[in-house]
Design a protein around this ligand. Structure first.
Ligand code: GLN
Ligand code: ZN
Length: 758
């Protein structure tokens, strides 16, 4: 008897079929019934993949046309006021994406992944009402194909924890309103079959819960687990350990607990309790968030350890989380180095791994057939080949890392800034931008043509240089003071550098859903990272030669390079980050030697890498800051180092950002309602800072007046000598026309404020 379990599967389709049909539908090129048809085919295919692999517990309701938190809001009838006149797909997609009259619901990151969910908007006044149609239909859809699924449902505590109150209050205060809807839902589900297995996802249990939230767990699960005799409930967590919640859950009448033993090793501490409660344990041992083949020998060791406490009858072997977070299938990777490909395992391959591990573990090696033995061998070979491959292990990099002595640049900020100010001669409230200018269809085409070999290097370079010329002239005309080259040669701030670094790999089809129909194809770091040659010097020096104003060099920092990639699992992240920092450090030096006076090292994803557990934050911060400083350690005192961070809450980490010791940081504030400004006032900030004065994420053009107001707000908290004026992020997603007007307004606003000040 196979006893394995898959938390959930990806939905976008191995050829991104869902993306394509949705986008067609949104541009009125097909009907909704076409979308439903594709959705049905995808669900069917995904169920069959799992069935054929030999998975025991296959999910329904893990599919979604946009997002499963949004699906849940619809199920619970949590429809914000402004959408109430709509229904069906109009309602659904309006909540997800807005329409011509209504703004969409907010979207934010799902824990520490790059998946984004639609934030439920709740209010005390709202009447919630069950709509179980989607869940019931999906269950029956699978059943009609002969597949009896477990039903996936995000739990009430996670739902509340991730919601926001439009009437400004505590979301958990709505627990008493929401729980009865869940109860009704379970009653409906109990009618579907003789026995129903219900997976309730409670990933919020892996965060540091306060006692008030912890106290909700027992009443919630005492209630839900007794709604009906024929429903078995598995409470599933992932991304970290859930030890506090487990203590409570073992005393509720649920059937099983799902724990992540890849990203939450501390879950091992709960084994005694679980064993004592005789609950079933779903052990997440195959990493749902990474792309490496499972090291089966190590996994079996973990399982052996688990079964010193838990009896085998009470154990299921599963994925660490939903396979949503990993690419689909290796089948379409045709151009990858064969050694590298042999080390990888995407979603479909992970199904095989789960089935294989469970057969091996429960039934022994002698039970494996020929094909399975072959697979097991492939895994063993992959492990040994990775351990010794010269593609991975670079002695030079390793000795460079171990002989490191200079970890940070020379000179104190207070001395550096004086030298820089007199050398660079910029005024208070200096104007600049974050780096990129609009990516036009022409430059995208030119990059593609060059990649495909349809144009030669000289032609390509001409295209890019023309674009740079245009950016420089434009910025001069606008009256901007510190210029950028516009980043036309970059498709993406991580990919651009990854492609030039040893140790970085790229997939052809490694798409992962980011939100709705949007997918990203993260690069992966498989080996020791080093730089072959200068990566940006040609472009930046070309740009600098076109103007008498200063052009900033533009690099991506080590932490962002790491956080937006799949990272090797045979080295600690902090070590990989250090290697990247060293490569960037060389680039900083080359730029400065080439006469570049300001260098920006973007750390857009710095905040994203934060651990879910507070106790792990100091360690992360220590190496993340260390490696940023290392990456600019070659900068001379007179070279001004800038950094940029994208929007997210900075208030709690402002002192950490300060300790990165960048001379200037540009940062988002406008969109978060100037939250950051309060902290500047409260605790102060040592270095210069450019809190973005307008939101580039919207096509709206900010007026001169509103930017004046924004600058004056900044001046209330920081002296003008410490302030830079800039948009809040790169401009690559905007149109030239918008950028033109917005930046001109920004420059004019600065002129007005400067005149008033003088
Ligand atoms: N320099 C990059 C740009 O302007 C920064 C992008 C980002 O912060 N995400 O596009
Ligand atoms: Zn940004």
């Amino acid at each position: 008897m196979q006893k394995n379990y898959v938390t959930g599967f990806a939905r976008i389709g191995e050829k991104r079929e869902l993306k394509k049909i949705l986008e067609n539908f949104w541009s009125n090129n097909c009907n909704f019934s076409d979308v439903e048809e594709v959705a049905h085919e995808l669900k069917k295919r995904h169920w069959l993949y799992q069935k054929d692999a030999g998975i025991t517990y296959i999910s329904s309701n893990d599919f979604s046309l946009y997002d499963n938190m949004l699906d849940l809001s619809i199920t619970l009838g949590a429809i914000p006021q402004r959408f109430r006149a709509l229904d069906g797909e109009d309602l659904y997609f309006a909540m997800a994406r807005g329409n011509k009259d209504l703004t969409a619901c907010e979207m934010t990151k799902w824990f520490n992944t790059n998946y984004h969910y639609i934030v439920p908007e709740l209010s005390l006044e709202d009447e919630y009402k069950l709509n179980a149609t989607k869940i019931i239909n999906e269950y029956n859809e699978a059943k009609a194909l002969g597949i009896k699924t477990k039903i996936n449902l995000i739990g009430p505590i996670t739902f509340l924890g991730l919601s926001k109150r439009v009437d400004r209050g505590d979301t958990y205060a709505l627990h008493a309103k929401i729980l009865p809807i869940y109860e009704q839902l379970l009653q409906e589900l109990s009618k579907l079959d003789d026995e129903i297995t219900l997976q309730i996802d409670e990933p919020i249990f892996v965060t540091d819960l306060d006692t008030k939230v912890l106290s909700l767990i027992k009443p919630t699960y005492d209630t839900l687990a007794t709604v009906s005799d024929n429903i078995k409930i598995a409470v599933v967590t992932y991304f970290e350990h859930a030890n506090e919640a487990v203590k409570v859950l073992v005393n509720t009448p649920i059937w099983a607990l799902g724990l992540d033993f890849v990203h939450g090793k501390e879950n091992l501490d709960s084994l005694d309790l679980i064993a004592g409660s005789a609950k079933t344990l779903i052990a997440g041992v195959v990493d749902g968030r990474n792309i490496w083949k499972n090291n089966i020998t190590q996994t079996i060791e973990v399982l052996n350890h688990i079964t010193t406490k838990i009896v085998k009858e009470n154990l299921l072997i599963g994925s660490s989380c939903s396979l949503l977070h990993t690419p689909f299938t290796l089948k379409y990777e045709k151009t990858m180095h064969t050694d590298i490909k042999s080390w990888l395992s995407y979603g479909v391959e992970k199904l095989d791994e789960i089935a294989l591990i469970s057969k091996l573990f429960f039934e022994g090696k002698e039970s494996l057939n020929k094909e399975e033995i072959e697979k097991l061998k492939t895994h063993e070979t992959a492990s040994t080949s990775r351990a010794s491959s010269s593609l991975i292990h670079d002695q030079k990099v390793q000795s460079k890392v171990s002989n490191l002595t200079k970890m940070q640049r020379e000179g104190l900020y207070k001395d550096r800034i004086k030298i820089q100010k007199s050398l660079l001669g910029y005024k208070p409230l200096a104007t600049t931008t974050i780096g990129s200018f609009p990516q036009t269809p022409q430059i995208r085409q030119a990059r593609r043509d060059f990649k495909n070999g349809t144009i030669d290097e000289a032609t390509y370079r001409n295209h890019m240089r023309n674009y740079i010329d245009h950016c420089i002239t434009f910025q001069e005309e606008c009256g901007l003071e510190v210029l950028v080259h516009g980043e036309p040669e970059r498709n993406d701030m991580v990919e651009y550098f990854g492609e030039q670094l040893n140790g970085y790999g790229f997939s052809q089809n490694g798409w992962v859903q980011s939100y709705g129909s949007r997918c990203v194809k993260p690069p992966f770091i498989y080996g020791d990272v080093s730089r072959q040659k200068a990566m940006t010097v040609d472009w930046i020096t070309y740009a600098q030669n076109q103007t008498n104003l200063i052009v900033k060099g533009m690099l991506t920092g080590p932490v962002t390079m790491l956080n937006w990639s799949f990272v090797r699992d045979d080295l600690p992240r902090s070590e990989v980050s250090k290697q990247i920092a060293l490569a960037i450090c060389d680039e900083v030096d080359d730029l400065q030697q080439a006469g570049i006076k300001i260098i920006q090292v973007d750390e857009a994803a710095f905040k994203e890498g934060y651990p879910l557990r507070k106790s792990k934050i100091p360690t992360y911060e220590a190496w993340a800051v260390r490696d940023f400083k290392l990456s600019v350690s070659s900068a001379k005192e007179q070279t001004q180092i800038h950094t940029h961070m994208c929007y997210s809450e900075f208030n709690d980490i402002i002192k950490t950002i300060e300790s990165m010791d960048a001379d200037v940081i540009t940062i988002e504030t406008a969109r978060s309602g100037n939250e950051l400004l309060k902290i500047f006032q409260k605790v102060g900030y040592a270095q210069e800072v450019g809190p973005g004065v307008y939101d580039i994420h919207s096509p709206r053009i900010p007026s001169v007046e509103e930017i004046v107001v924004q600058i004056k707000l900044l001046l209330e908290v920081l002296p003008k000598e410490q302030l830079w004026i800039n948009p809040d992020c790169g401009l690559k997603t905007r149109k030239w026309d918008e950028v033109n007007q917005s930046l001109k307004n920004m420059v004019k606003a600065v002129q007005i404020v400067r005149e008033e000040l003088s």
